[in-house]
Design a protein around this ligand. Structure first.
Ligand code: FNR
Length: 417
């Protein structure tokens, strides 16, 4: 109602309220490369479209004459009572979008009490972000490195920095095929952007030293065909070839080391015990889409799963994330929380995800657009608008608590495809 009141007083919101206008205005504000990175998805971007279409398949059936004068948006999650069921999904390389990057996001997260998932690819070391967050809830998102020592180090730093959970992103053990980035001859990590968690890490620093001693050729595994295509594309814009034109002050060895240790595509369920031995924090698996994987997650004792397809940035032609949610929720059957992201753009989207079994929902691109346009204030207003719209949707649908947002509040619109 504050938003309407301000409107009546002639005050324009800090960022556009309309999701389409928000995205369009942010796209104009960002550099070409930043826009390609943020907006882009995998391949023909059909998964990103599927994410949105999945929401259209469900319609809210409102109930009337319920007393909805007071609504309670709180949700219990991993031992915390959260003010709302919204989360900030982890987004890397924010320095491309705004100079204050993750620090600006942390300030917004804290002002709203919305949990922030600190990205493994953040532009600012996690300790600095955590200091900004204070006692506001935050989790650390991990990309499982090929070096176990580095995994252990990142996790122990996260614990020290007050993270309340470790979110392991499973869907990015190889970077997706993202034509917009490839056309811009751009992979930010290869330019030394988004690797602050590594360059601030003692184990990583040691690996860099070893690599520097080996000299420029080193002992690197043969590149995959995808890597060759990526490198060829990247060096197009740089006459001296790959990485010769790094604007980053980082030594080349650091970037090369990062490219080597970033991920592990041989990771299996067996590796999870390593993480369990190295942390007492709850473990959340992000990127679950198949109900059998949800079952395995429960069997392996993880504390929560996050149904996500990385905003459609990994596999082209994949199932819409919301389409994957009901089967996962059915298998999990309330034993652990089921979180959700990929495609949330409005309050009704959050309502539908919760109705289909999500405990809380993550938001990705929308708040990044807010950051691009107006820093901390932009992130805060995007999230405030989502919260306000969600609260309104609840009330108008006849619900006063999240528990009341059951599957019965929805009907399936089978004709939509
Ligand atoms: C991401 N995402 C992501 N996920 C993750 O686990 N670690 C990361 O560093 C990043 N980085 C990242 C950068 C950018 C620019 C985007 C758009 C996304 C995925 C993110 O956490 C989330 O799953 C999706 O963004 C959700 O989809 P929507 O809300 O963007 O549709």
């Amino acid at each position: 109602s504050g938003i309407y009141r301000n409107g009546a007083l002639g005050q324009l919101p800090a960022v556009p309220v309309s999701p389409a206008k928000l995205a369009a205005k942010a796209r104009q504000k960002m550099s070409r490369r930043a826009a390609a990175y943020v907006v882009g998805s995998a391949g023909m971007e059909s998964t990103a479209r599927a994410n949105r279409l999945a929401f259209d398949r469900w319609r809210i059936v409102p109930r009337m004459l319920h007393d909805v004068g007071t609504r309670d948006l709180t949700t219990e999650l991993l031992g915390r009572t959260l003010a709302s069921p919204f989360l900030l999904s982890p987004v890397g390389v924010l320095e491309m979008v705004h100079p204050a990057a993750d620090v600006a996001v942390a300030r917004a997260a804290r002002s709203l009490g919305v949990p922030m998932m600190i990205s493994n690819q953040a532009s600012v070391p996690m300790e600095r972000i955590a200091a900004e967050l204070g006692d506001s809830p935050h989790w650390f998102q991990l990309y499982w490195s090929s070096e176990d020592d580095l995994v252990a180090s990142l996790v122990s730093r996260a614990e020290q920095a007050g993270a309340e959970a470790i979110v392991v992103t499973l869907d990015t053990h190889m970077l997706g095929w993202r034509p917009r980035d490839l056309d811009e001859a751009f992979l930010p990590f290869a330019r030394g952007q988004g690797i602050a968690q590594y360059t601030s890490d003692p184990v990583f620093t040691e690996l860099v030293k070893q690599r520097a001693k080996q000299g420029p050729t080193g002992k690197r595994p043969a590149p995959t065909p995808a890597a060759v295509a990526t490198l060829a594309s990247m060096s197009r814009g740089y006459p001296g070839g790959f990485m010769s034109n790094l604007r980053s002050p980082l030594p080349r060895a650091a970037v090369e080391t990062f490219l080597d240790v970033f991920s592990r595509s041989t990771l299996t369920w067996q590796n999870l015990s390593f993480l369990r031995e190295h942390t007492t924090l709850p473990i959340i698996l992000k990127g679950i889409q198949h109900p059998d994987d949800a079952r395995l997650a429960v069997d392996h004792g993880v504390d929560a799963v996050m149904v996500s397809n990385h905003g459609g940035r990994q596999i082209d032609g994949a199932v819409g994330s919301l389409d994957a949610l009901p089967a996962v929720a059915a298998v999990v059957d309330g034993r652990i929380p089921v979180l959700f992201d990929s495609g949330i753009r409005g309050g009704a989207d959050a309502f539908k995800a919760i109705a289909l079994g999500a405990t809380a929902v993550g938001v990705g691109r929308p708040w990044v657009y807010g950051l691009a346009l107006a820093g901390t204030e932009g992130v805060a207003s995007v999230m405030t608008n989502l919260l306000a719209e969600f609260d309104l949707t609840m009330g108008l649908a006849g619900c006063t608590t999240l528990d009341e947002i059951s599957p019965e509040t929805l009907s399936r619109a089978d004709s939509v495809d």
